[in-house]
Design a protein around this ligand. Structure first.
Ligand SMILES: [Zn+2]
Length: 99
């Protein structure tokens, strides 16, 4: 359960840093967010939806598996390895999602 779409995006960003993979938004709006791994044919997928007449978002579907090696060679791995400060990460995600 997430407080808002914004919270989902921030969590997704941190999750990708920790797990060292890159992702893309398939759907990115206030009521619905779906994220896929950037690697073609990788099953990683998460879909988060807002509840009608309620605050908050819940995870509707989640596949946490990757069919490829995740690690330092991707951009997320490099960024994660540098241990960027949390506020810097926050500004980066805002830039990325165009807030
Ligand atoms: Zn993947």
């Amino acid at each position: 359960m997430f407080a808002s779409a914004e919270a989902v995006r921030r969590s997704m960003w941190r999750y990708a840093i920790v797990n060292r993979f890159e992702y893309k938004f398939v759907i990115n709006c206030q009521q619905r967010i779906a994220v896929k791994c950037k690697v073609e044919a990788c099953p990683f997928y998460i879909c988060v939806r807002g509840k009608v007449k309620m605050d908050g978002m819940y995870v509707k579907e989640f596949v946490g598996e990757h069919v490829h090696s995740v690690g330092d060679e991707c951009m997320m791995g490099k960024w994660g390895g540098r241990r960027m400060r949390a506020n810097l990460l926050a500004s980066l995600i805002e830039e990325k999602v165009g807030l």
